[in-house]
Design a protein around this ligand. Structure first.
Ligand code: HEC
Ligand code: HEC
Ligand code: HEC
Ligand code: HEC
Ligand code: HEC
Ligand code: HEC
Ligand code: HEC
Length: 417
């Protein structure tokens, strides 16, 4: 679903003019670019533009996920390892009880399930929807979930195979016909508890039953879709959904763990540590890019032309966060794990984030100090995120997103993009 945004709205258009318009307002860079034609040079210049845009130190800038994936070593969504290199979360649980304790309750761990057993379909055994003369039914019976689309006296039925999304927003279904994968035209949205059109799909009456049922996704897109919502679905660069682990599991982030588990038997402490990825060692920009492998890096968004989707880019936390003054100024760097423990469910208590802000910002009345580079708030002393990280409503998706562009946000002021 996150992918639809670009697939249907802006990726396929010519990217280059967009890059121009999104460059920082540095006249020499713009003039320079007008002269340079080749993609290689543009890429090189963009790297330097990052330095302006993010005000980062050299070497610690956001990169395209595609660039991280080409480098040696592990990176989330990389699919080059063999299935035998993975052991599954149950194996990790034995030795890492504190990380594993609440993990199964996180949305990431539940980011994809089989359609059989998916909350939305189990709790709603008979769903219907209508678009013009197209009538939709999803019926849950005898261990299968059948999507039926009817119009003008004919109909098409298909078995839904997977449900994507833990359900904060909703669940979108994926099915297969012949050798092709499809994303369902309808998504079950949690807030209205009803079906509606999947983000990125047209709201107009479909042209055929096939199109009405869903959007055919290429094998590359299918891989990416599963790459972000499941673990080890692509192994040795081949798409193998039969043997994958559903959801974002330990090894989706830490990399395959078989060598690590074997190393624990060896008695060699160094090998135990070096055989598994610990993202705590990444630099701040790498760390945000790491989460951005699925949440999209600042550079991924910029290269796709964020203004094309306007305020919809509020969905991409890394892009928003790295535009914040909290990220830009001096050495102060704030990454995703400053506020989110990926091993625990998302905290919905705004007070729980105060201590994170006050790691850097002075409490009201305190004097500026080196370890607190951020100024104090003249207005509030608690519940910082309620004013500085406002929620943004997306009515087509029946949800809100939290704006990670931390800033003074007067109520009603337009969202920067
Ligand atoms: C047989 C016990 C055992 C199993 C199973 C195990 N680990 Fe570990 N793991 C350890 C030990 C021991 C260490 C080193 C000491 C420590 O940090 O706890 C470690 C360290 C780590 C670290 C930190 C490495 C570092 O650089 O500091 C990570 C991350 C990790 N394990 C992840 C995993 C994951 C993911 C799995 C499942 C694929 C897993 N472990 C399975 C015992 C185990
Ligand atoms: C392998 C892909 C992947 C990586 C890597 C990843 N995420 Fe996620 N994340 C997802 C997906 C998919 C969802 C949506 C889960 C859902 O609701 O179905 C998600 C959802 C979330 C949520 C929302 C949880 C909720 O309850 O709604 C948070 C917070 C989050 N991720 C934080 C992180 C952080 C922090 C990192 C980096 C340490 C990270 N993610 C790395 C794929 C990933
Ligand atoms: C680049 C990684 C990526 C790809 C590719 C991707 N997703 Fe996601 N998806 C995410 C992340 C991260 C989130 C959570 C943040 C958000 O909602 O934007 C998410 C959220 C969702 C949600 C909402 C989850 C909830 O709990 O409400 C659904 C549904 C979903 N994706 C379906 C899909 C489907 C279907 C595909 C493929 C056709 C797909 N996604 C492709 C990363 C991805
Ligand atoms: C969404 C990505 C993600 C997933 C999924 C994930 N982790 Fe982690 N893990 C991280 C990050 C990021 C860190 C570093 C946290 C930090 O910087 O404090 C980490 C750190 C760790 C550490 C080292 C702790 C330390 O003190 O250094 C262990 C052990 C670990 N994870 C085990 C697990 C296990 C077991 C699972 C599955 C139950 C798991 N992780 C799932 C991202 C993830
Ligand atoms: C890693 C350190 C760090 C963290 C954590 C941090 N900030 Fe900041 N923040 C800064 C720095 C540095 C600045 C720029 C100097 C200043 O204005 O204080 C800044 C600027 C700001 C500004 C002014 C922005 C503007 O456009 O003028 C606001 C508002 C703000 N932070 C709120 C917060 C809130 C709320 C949190 C917690 C959700 C937070 N910050 C977390 C370091 C941080
Ligand atoms: C300064 C604290 C802070 C940082 C840093 C931070 N988040 Fe969040 N995040 C929040 C808050 C607050 C919420 C809203 C929680 C709620 O719904 O009550 C949130 C919610 C989310 C959600 C759920 C969807 C939404 O928009 O509400 C996702 C996904 C997410 N964060 C991903 C990330 C990723 C990825 C990063 C790193 C780029 C990150 N966050 C960094 C504070 C933070
Ligand atoms: C009730 C809403 C509200 C709450 C809660 C709140 N703030 Fe603010 N904050 C504001 C407003 C409004 C401004 C702009 C004040 C102005 O420009 O005179 C501001 C300004 C700031 C600034 C910029 C100060 C400067 O000198 O430029 C920072 C930093 C900041 N807040 C951080 C925080 C932190 C940290 C917390 C939590 C401890 C917090 N805020 C809680 C509304 C709030």
């Amino acid at each position: 679903m996150i992918d639809n945004v670009d697939v249907t709205s802006y990726t396929h258009r010519n990217k280059v003019p967009d890059l121009f318009s999104k460059l920082p307002r540095v006249p020499t860079v713009r003039r320079c670019l007008a002269v340079l034609g080749s993609a290689v040079l543009i890429a090189w210049v963009l790297t330097w533009c990052d330095l302006f845009a993010q005000n980062a130190e050299p070497g610690d800038i956001s990169r395209l996920t595609a660039v991280h994936l080409k480098a040696t070593g592990w990176w989330p969504t990389k699919g080059d390892r063999s299935r035998n290199d993975y052991v599954g979360a149950a194996a990790c649980t034995k030795c890492h009880a504190s990380q594993a304790a609440l993990f199964q309750r996180t949305a990431m761990a539940r980011a994809a399930t089989r359609a059989v057993g998916a909350d939305s379909l189990r709790e709603n055994p008979h769903l219907t929807f209508q678009i013009g003369s197209y009538r939709y039914q999803i019926d849950n019976s005898a261990g299968s979930n059948v999507l039926k689309v009817s119009a003008r006296g004919s109909s098409l039925s298909t078995d839904l195979l997977w449900a994507f999304g833990a359900g904060r927003i909703g669940q979108t279904y994926v099915y297969k016909k012949k050798d092709h994968y499809y994303e369902s035209h309808l998504t079950f949205y949690t807030v209205p508890q009803a079906l509606d059109v999947t983000p990125g799909h047209p709201h107009t009456e479909p042209l055929s039953l096939e199109e009405g049922a869903g959007r055919r996704i290429s094998i590359e897109e299918t891989r990416r879709c599963f790459g972000c919502h499941t673990t080890a679905s692509t192994t040795k660069n081949g798409f193998e959904p039969q043997t994958m682990f559903l959801g974002v599991s330990c090894e989706a982030c830490h990399g395959p763990g078989a060598d690590h588990v074997a190393a624990t038997q060896s008695g060699m402490d160094e090998l135990v540590i070096s055989s598994i990825v610990n993202p705590a060692r990444l630099t701040p920009a790498e760390s945000v890019d790491f989460c951005g492998a699925c949440h999209r890096t600042w550079q991924d968004v910029v290269s796709d032309g964020p203004t094309r989707i306007g305020t919809l880019n509020v969905r991409f936390a890394p892009y928003r966060l790295e535009n914040s003054q909290c990220w830009k100024k001096g050495n102060a760097r704030i990454n995703c794990v400053t506020c989110h423990d990926p091993h625990r469910p998302l905290s919905l208590d705004p007070a729980s984030y105060d201590s994170r802000c006050l790691q850097c910002h002075l409490a009201a009345g305190a004097n500026k100090s080196d370890d607190h580079p951020g100024t104090a708030c003249p207005v509030g002393i608690q519940l910082c995120v309620t004013c500085h990280m406002p929620k943004f409503r997306n009515s087509a998706m029946h949800t809100t997103f939290t704006d990670h562009w931390i800033r003074i946000a007067p109520p009603g002021a337009p969202l920067p993009d």
